[in-house]
Design a protein around this ligand. Structure first.
Ligand code: NAP
Length: 582
């Protein structure tokens, strides 16, 4: 069977490619027959929406659009917040790809849509046919919660599910492909029921330029720089890495993330071998590799999985543990697991007596780690930079380390290759208008994408004001990139720099303290069309900064709480309030 180049290059398995090729061949024949008969068939408009925090859902939605176009349909692609609910209510065929962010929350560019859809006065959607693809991570409590809620709400409003919701774990590709295949089949049943007769592929859906370098096919890039940024006396170890992308490496834009595929610490692999009484050179049962290879590069051997917790609880005969696992809320379980890795758990409960086979069945696949890129490719054409805090701590009598952060810091020698790929995040970009203010709030390693944004604006010759709020514990040792930032100030690139070193005085001073102090200027910058960006810790900092933004707007705009909320919602709608937080 002849496979079209589009299907050939799409991320489908050979069987799926064959199936799709046959499916589309059938559709094309049908179209040809209809037009031969002089009845030009209407192209079915299908609306594909995404809600994304890191760009994955958008990428999957683009793939679906490409498949729909090939199938003779007219896909229209947009983020959920791009559509007003009253317009949404007029649509007939709707596909939604949505990720879940944090602990079961909607991603930023779906929140306003969700607020409207979940309101009691939301319109009925009886004529709508829809399907939802939910992206998530089973290690979080609210696994795919955003997709589940959306799916349920659409059903409550009378919309008909044309295809079941599929929930994807971190390895989302295969499930996404299966959903796409199923959805295409269903959508094709509606062909001829809508659209403008004789319309030619109206699809404004952008054609996705796909990199050949993906999670499954990473680029092996030499690590060229590994430099400590934190100064003496710092409680942190923040490092600057440069990775060489010359020789056909992936392209990136400021705002994207870099996926790094790590290998586990050999010392931890050895410790597991000892604990389980196995030799690393032996064949791993059920795998096509040795135990050493499987534990070293294929499985997540540090972070305790829910399956491991279940296994230990079932066997340990420990009342306290059973109570925590069976009755504890998320905070109780998190507190219990704090600073314990999988080996600590197995060691703490020897009665559980785990075997190699047990562990191979409860370890999850080793995942890549995504880091916000801290360089602009317009300035660094052959390399990509990262700003990473190496996680290290002593606990339960052993040294513990973050898998990928210590992999980069300790285990990749200069010039040695690292497996990487770019995760595009098209929703997180410098302003398209070079003249508007760019306000960035990025404490700690949250500064990473803003170093990239500043370089980007410098390379673009943008004249708009650039304002950075940065902070960390101590000015003396945590003011990372100080020289660069000061040089950018002298060059006029960085128009304003407001610093908040939290532990240099008795009272904590945070970035939001500085925002409040500068509220007049901050509001003026927003009024000039400024874009407001936040990167870093989602659980506390981003929430407090959000509150501070509301306070600044209420104070300087003389608005009520509701008025300030509307103002912030308008910023979100206009894509002028963007966050890269987790
Ligand atoms: P951090 O732990 O967030 O600390 C940076 C500064 O923020 C410190 O001065 C800290 O003060 C202060 N801080 C603590 N609570 C705060 C609050 N509620 N509001 C404002 N500031 C607060 O810095 P980090 O070690 O570099 O970690 C950054 C965090 O961002 C990590 O959670 C990391 O995973 C995340 N991150 C996310 C992205 C992304 O989403 N792409 C990128 C980079 C980093 P005290 O400690 O003195 O209280």
């Amino acid at each position: 069977m002849k496979i079209s180049p589009m299907i050939e290059n799409a991320p489908f398995s050979p069987e799926q490619k064959n199936w799709l090729a046959g499916f589309f061949a059938g559709l094309h024949t049908q179209i040809a027959q209809n037009s031969n008969a002089g009845e030009q068939e209407a192209l079915l408009p299908v609306h594909v929406f995404y809600g994304t925090q890191t760009g994955n859902s958008e990428a999957v939605a683009e793939d679906i659009c490409a498949a729909l176009t090939t199938g003779g349909m007219a896909p229209q692609l947009a983020s959920l917040d791009d559509i007003e609910l009253e317009d949404f209510a007029n649509l007939d065929h709707v596909l939604i790809v949505i990720s879940t962010y944090g602990e079961g929350e909607m991603p930023d560019n779906a929140q306003l849509f969700w607020d409207a859809l979940s309101a009691t006065d939301a319109p009925r959607l009886e004529h709508m046919h829809f399907s939802v693809l939910a992206l998530g991570d089973t290690s979080y409590d609210g696994f795919c919660e955003a997709g589940k809620q959306l799916d349920l709400r659409l059903e409550q409003l009378g919309a008909k599910r044309m295809h079941a919701r599929f929930d994807c774990d971190v390895d989302f590709e295969e499930t996404a492909e299966n959903w796409t295949t199923g959805v295409l089949e269903k959508v094709s049943e509606f062909k001829g029921q809508g659209g403008v007769a004789g319309a030619v592929a109206a699809a404004p859906a952008k054609k996705a330029e796909k990199s050949k370098w993906t999670r499954k096919n990473p680029f092996e890039a030499p690590l060229s720089v590994n430099r400590l940024l934190s100064g003496e006396g710092s409680a942190k170890e923040i490092r600057h890495f440069e990775i060489d992308l010359s020789n056909d490496g992936p392209q990136y834009e400021a705002g994207d993330a870099l996926g790094v595929i790590p290998a586990n610490d050999p010392a931890l692999v050895e410790a597991w071998a000892q604990k389980l009484g196995v030799s690393l050179d032996d064949q791993a049962p059920g795998f096509d590799a040795t135990i050493g290879e499987v534990l070293g590069t294929q499985l997540e051997i540090s972070t305790p999985s829910a399956d491991l917790m279940r296994l230990i609880t079932a066997r340990a005969e420990d009342e306290h543990l059973s109570h925590i696992w069976e009755h504890g809320d998320k905070d109780t379980i998190d507190n219990f697991l704090w600073s314990k890795d999988a080996l600590d758990l197995v060691t703490l409960y020897p009665k559980a007596e785990v075997t190699l086979e047990d562990m191979l069945s409860v370890f999850k696949p080793l995942q890549h780690r995504a880091y916000s890129i801290s360089s602009s490719s317009k300035m660094h054409t052959d390399s990509v930079h990262l700003t990473v805090a190496a996680v290290r701590y002593d606990s339960h009598g052993r040294k513990h380390g973050g898998v990928a952060s210590t992999f980069l810091a300790d285990r990749v020698a200069a010039g040695q290759p690292v497996k990487v790929f770019v995760s595009p995040n098209k929703s997180f970009r410098v302003p398209t208008d070079n003249d508007v203010p760019m306000i960035m709030v990025g404490p700690g390693t949250g500064i990473a994408p803003f170093r990239a944004f500043l370089q980007e604006r410098q390379a673009l010759g943008a004249k708009g004001m650039n304002w950075l709020f940065f902070g960390d514990q101590h000015a003396s040792c945590d003011f990372i990139y100080q020289d660069e930032l000061e040089a950018m100030q002298s060059d006029g690139i960085l128009s304003r720099l407001d610093l908040a070193f939290s532990r240099d005085q008795a009272e904590k001073i945070y970035v939001q303290t500085r925002m409040m102090e500068q509220s007049k200027d901050l509001y003026a910058a927003l009024e000039e069309g400024g874009h407001f960006y936040v990167c870093g810790d989602a659980s506390r900092m981003a929430k407090d900064v959000d509150q501070a933004l509301h306070n600044v707007i209420a104070k300087e705009g003389a608005l009520t709480e509701d008025g300030a909320r509307e103002y912030v919602n308008r910023l979100k709608k206009e894509k002028r309030y963007l966050r890269d937080v987790y």
